[in-house]
Write a protein that binds this ligand. Sequence first.
Ligand code: IPE
Ligand code: IPE
Ligand code: MG
Length: 254
Amino acid sequence: MAEPLPRPELAAPAPGAVIPGTPGRPRHVAIIMDGNGRWATNRGWPRLVGHRKGAERVKQIVSACPDMGVDWLTLYAFSTENWKRTTEEVLGLMGIFARYIEREAGRMSAEGVRMRFIGEREKLNPKLRGLMDKIEITTSGNTRLNLTVGINYGGRDEIVRAAVRMAEKVRRGELGQDQCDSAAFAGCLDTAGHPDPDLVIRTSGETRVSNFLPWQAAYAEYEFTPTLWPDFSPAHLAEILDRFGNRDRRFGGV
Ligand code: IPE
Ligand code: IPE
Ligand code: MG
């Protein structure tokens, strides 16, 4: 087993909950939620029906995570490449994100969920951006689960923006050139302050990473499951988490 990573402050776990960070359990799980379109198409329904069903799954998985010992959950909701889809699908997805934030705000606070977003926000519509900014503030004191959602997120885009931020810090004299190491760079990423994911799960049977967390997941374990995201239940997640304990993470050691 690797040395446990330094842990951020966490609220006392709920009675009966698995203590977060239990050995053999991933504390940070990241999920590429794929397969919504196929789930709907298989039933002869519009793709957006699959996205709506997918959002229902997000609620269940978010609620289930703390009791499974997961205290960081990062979800890939919309990539920098997903703008290639039809206007109808893109606008439909943006509407689903906005409604999710509006309707789930109360439950997230009740369940101690801190919600944050990664990705480039300038391109998103102002209403959605406003909701994102607001929920980040209203849930900032919650500590039971750190939920981070990638919207207009692309790993390469994030790395380029981080490089610009780091160069700007050097230019302003806040960071010496000799201090430009990986820790300083990680602090310029959208995920600054997040631990690296221990486990990345992709649903729908595709075995690629599609520009998701390339820097942060450098040493993550991967699980690919054929289950389409709208069918992915907390029981599926529990099964994957159980298997994680059998992995030998060596981080380059022996
Ligand atoms: C994942 O499902 C959700 C997003 C990428 C927004 P897809 O929409 O990619 O579903 P498939 O892969 O076409 O089935
Ligand atoms: C990855 O899924 C992005 C999200 C899940 C948000 P895609 O469906 O966009 O990825 P590709 O096109 O199969 O690589
Ligand atoms: Mg897909």
